[in-house]
Write a protein that binds this ligand. Structure first.
Ligand code: ADP
Ligand code: F6P
Length: 323
């Protein structure tokens, strides 16, 4: 193998640049050429492909976002789009492809491999931490720290005004960001897509806390919750209880940016090197995952077939500590 391609796809995440840097540096170290593909599968179909050398990735390990940009691409969902993509890889003599993205991007990579024999390796890049086959995804640690810092700031003003705050965090259909940032932020309650909680139950818990002397409360709401977000939930609590003076903060895309934490930089660096070494070793149709401290190669399909739920012990910890 002499030439590999590299793209970032789907929602961006802090640490993607560290992964890009690691892939380019590891490929250079092993005598391979790297081609950067702009804007994910969209750029691959359009042939927006350019060489990437070791100096092109200087000074990016600490930058959020992705220098290759990313996009969502409907055309790639169709066989015709994927055929154009494969032809562009062929035109550039690219034999292997590293795809940095979430499970949707992996489904595309798996089809490139199955339909055209393109040797793909996936790196788990998403803040949601909702990919099977790995304990952690690149960007998750940074996102939960961003959310935790926001929760700390909100707690200051909630305490000043004896208010209830509903704070909405990202995670798509996963409650992982909400669970971890909620425990780290000392939230009184955490509402998750994975756990059914009625508005009445939430109001009861607020009353119990008040009886125990709580003057203010922080409620973390995962965006994928059944209520349709923190705004809707806050209104329902206000309409259905004496808790009228509540406020809402939606952290939103702040969780997608920022300089990656050391954990994300090191995870991305390790995974990038591992991906290149896997391609050289002849691997294909796999993802790089981490289990404990160990990196491992798993079938790409594990990403959506082995989706791990977080340990519900975390929910018990959050409940106990909110007494
Ligand atoms: P993520 O990778 O973060 O889950 P998406 O689900 O938006 O992000 O997927 C990113 C891109 O991957 C899509 O825009 C599309 O081009 C490609 N993709 C996603 N799912 C599939 C699929 N089932 N088949 C082919 N391509 C897909
Ligand atoms: O998948 C990452 C993510 O940030 C989700 O947590 C969120 O729901 C989604 O992307 C937002 O997508 P967009 O950036 O297209 O609005």
């Amino acid at each position: 193998m002499k030439r590999i391609g590299l793209l970032t796809s789907g929602g961006d995440s802090p640490g993607m640049n560290a992964a890009i840097r690691a892939v380019v540096r590891a490929a250079t170290f092993n005598g391979l050429e790297v081609f950067g593909i702009e804007r994910g599968y969209k750029g691959l179909i359009e042939g927006d492909i350019h060489p990437l050398g070791p100096r092109d990735v200087s000074g990016i390990i600490n930058r959020g976002g992705t220098i290759l940009h990313t996009a969502r691409c409907k055309e790639f969902m169709e066989p015709e789009g994927r055929a154009l993509a494969a032809a562009n890889l062929e035109k550039h003599g690219i034999e292997g492809l590293v795809v940095i993205g979430g499970d949707g991007s992996y489904q595309g990579a798996a089809k490139l491999h199955a339909e055209f024999g393109i040797r793909c390796i996936g790196l788990p890049g998403t803040i949601d931490n909702d990919i099977g086959g790995t304990d952690y995804t690149i960007g998750f640690d940074t996102a939960i720290n961003t959310a935790m810092e926001a929760i700390d700031r909100i707690r200051d003003t909630a305490n000043s005004h004896d208010r209830i705050f509903f704070i909405e965090v990202m995670g798509r259909r996963s409650g992982y960001v909400a669970m971890i940032s909620g425990i780290a932020g000392g939230a009184e309650d955490i509402l998750l897509p994975e756990v059914e909680t009625s508005v009445e139950m939430l109001i009861e818990r607020l009353r119990t806390g008040q009886k125990r002397g709580k003057k203010s409360s922080i409620i973390i709401v995962a965006e994928g919750c059944e209520y349709g977000g923190a705004m809707v939930l806050a209104k329902r609590v206000s309409d259905q209880s004496e808790y009228k003076d509540n406020r809402v903060t939606v952290i939103g895309h702040l969780q997608r940016g920022g300089s990656p934490t050391a954990m994300d930089r090191v995870l991305a660096s390790r995974m990038g090197v591992h991906a290149v070494e896997a391609l050289i070793a002849g691997e294909a149709g796999k993802m790089v995952g981490v289990s404990g401290q160990q990196l491992q190669l798993r079938p790409l399909s594990d990403a959506w077939e082995q989706r791990t739920r977080f340990d519900m012990e975390l929910l018990r910890v959050a409940h106990v500590l909110s007494v």
